[in-house]
Design a binder for this molecule. Structure first.
Ligand code: HEC
Length: 154
């Protein structure tokens, strides 16, 4: 009888020991994936901006359709971004600079993405016109900085 109780207790301890950390791990893994998705989305935007900057500085030549695709890519990422940012990621263990304010000021945060999209589409519409692109680049940059200043931790 004593044996059975011990075995039962052990079983319960093993079950608790293995199930509880697994539950924590599942949250952590999901949050980490969410963070990585956001960062990929942002890195895509950053890469496109870098290439557009290279073109505007005359350091690389790009055909107009490529310029348009880069700008449209930013617009597309801006469309996907609110969904990628919506889940809170308290359990993430990977590095994130997403500030808590994103979720307490959600409407302000999320409404910045349609603005970013508008600026990106404006860039796409002037592909090849370097003077107009320079102005569009300035507008785009303001969107990035405005949001990063408010919603990223240093
Ligand atoms: C509406 C808010 C918002 C706008 C607009 C925005 N970003 Fe971000 N960005 C963020 C947040 C929040 C993070 C932090 C994500 C994280 O670490 O989880 C971030 C992170 C980044 C990162 C780092 C990604 C990484 O791998 O850590 C880059 C690069 C970036 N943004 C580029 C840009 C560029 C370029 C623009 C403008 C064309 C832009 N972002 C516009 C909110 C924004």
């Amino acid at each position: 009888m004593k044996h059975l109780v011990t075995a039962g207790l052990l079983g319960a301890m093993i079950a608790a020991g293995s199930v509880m950390p697994m539950a924590a791990n599942a949250d952590e893994m999901m949050d980490n994936e969410t963070v990585e998705t956001r960062k990929m989305l942002m890195d895509g935007i950053g890469g496109a901006m870098g290439t557009l900057g290279c073109y505007l500085k005359g350091q690389c030549d790009l055909p107009d359709p490529v310029v348009r695709n880069l700008a449209n890519g930013i617009a597309f990422a801006a469309t996907a971004a609110p969904n990628a940012f919506e889940p809170k990621t308290m359990d993430a263990s990977v590095k994130t600079t997403a500030d808590e304010k994103i979720w307490s000021d959600w409407d302000d945060f999320a409404n910045r993405f349609p603005e970013l999209k508008k600026a990106a589409l404006a860039m796409a519409s002037v592909a090849g016109d370097k003077a107009a692109m320079g102005a569009a680049m300035g507008d785009l940059g303001k969107n990035c900085k405005g949001c990063h200043d408010e919603y990223r931790t240093k």
